[in-house]
Design a protein. Structure first.
Length: 204
């Protein structure tokens, strides 16, 4: 029953949010076209419920400039001023409301990560995929990208073991203030979160 209510809440809230925020979504899309050109959206396969792949949607925040060898420049060199602004206020995440609407994601859950991380998790860390990934989550309201990977995964698994509708409501209410304050967008010295290399690769 709880899962049914959670899905119903996801459907209702994501549909309402898309409708209410549609002028903002159009404005952001137009700004991206002016600053970076097309495409407006960034699509990337991520691991969803039980590790199943789906296409995550985000507003594009980086240009695709490459070095002389044709390799993409580091994230810090490709992140635009507009992209930095969108990330600071978490506006780049708004297209994921569509992922929620179609059922790939939930409003609340562990953040969906890259597919190539799947074999790098410990057995305990992999439990984060026992629920749908979310736009926001327990780790996001406890430091977001200022946390190291182990702490983020510990918080993700805690959420899996303790999730409830009231906990989701708490997380959503705290997310708004965190997002408006631009807290935890990136780790110090990094434009984005450093890649998770896996516990064994760090000799843990």
């Amino acid at each position: 029953m709880k899962s049914f209510i959670k899905r119903l809440a996801d459907l209702t809230l994501s549909a309402v949010a898309i409708g209410v925020l549609s002028p903002l979504l159009i404005l952001i899309a137009f700004a991206i076209l002016l600053v970076m050109g097309s495409p407006v959206l960034f699509r990337q396969q991520r691991a969803g419920y039980l590790g199943r792949p789906f296409h995550l949607l985000k507003f594009r925040t980086m240009h695709s400039s490459c070095d002389a060898q044709g390799r993409l420049l580091p994230d810090s060199d490709r992140l635009t001023w507009l992209g930095n602004f969108l990330r600071r206020l978490s506006l780049d995440e708004l297209p994921q409301l569509w992922n929620v609407l179609v059922g790939d994601m939930s409003l609340v859950g562990p953040r969906p990560l890259l597919l190539n991380y799947l074999p790098r998790y410990s057995e305990e860390q992999a439990r984060r995929h026992e629920v749908k990934p979310g736009i926001t989550g327990w780790a996001q309201v406890h430091g977001r990208n200022t946390l190291d990977w182990e702490e983020k995964f510990r918080l993700d698994v805690w959420y899996v073991d303790h999730w409830s509708l009231s906990l989701d409501a708490r997380i959503l209410s705290r997310t708004l203030s965190k997002a408006l304050g631009g807290e935890g967008v990136a780790r110090q010295g990094h434009a984005t979160m450093p890649e998770f290399m896996g516990n064994a690769r760090r000799g843990e």
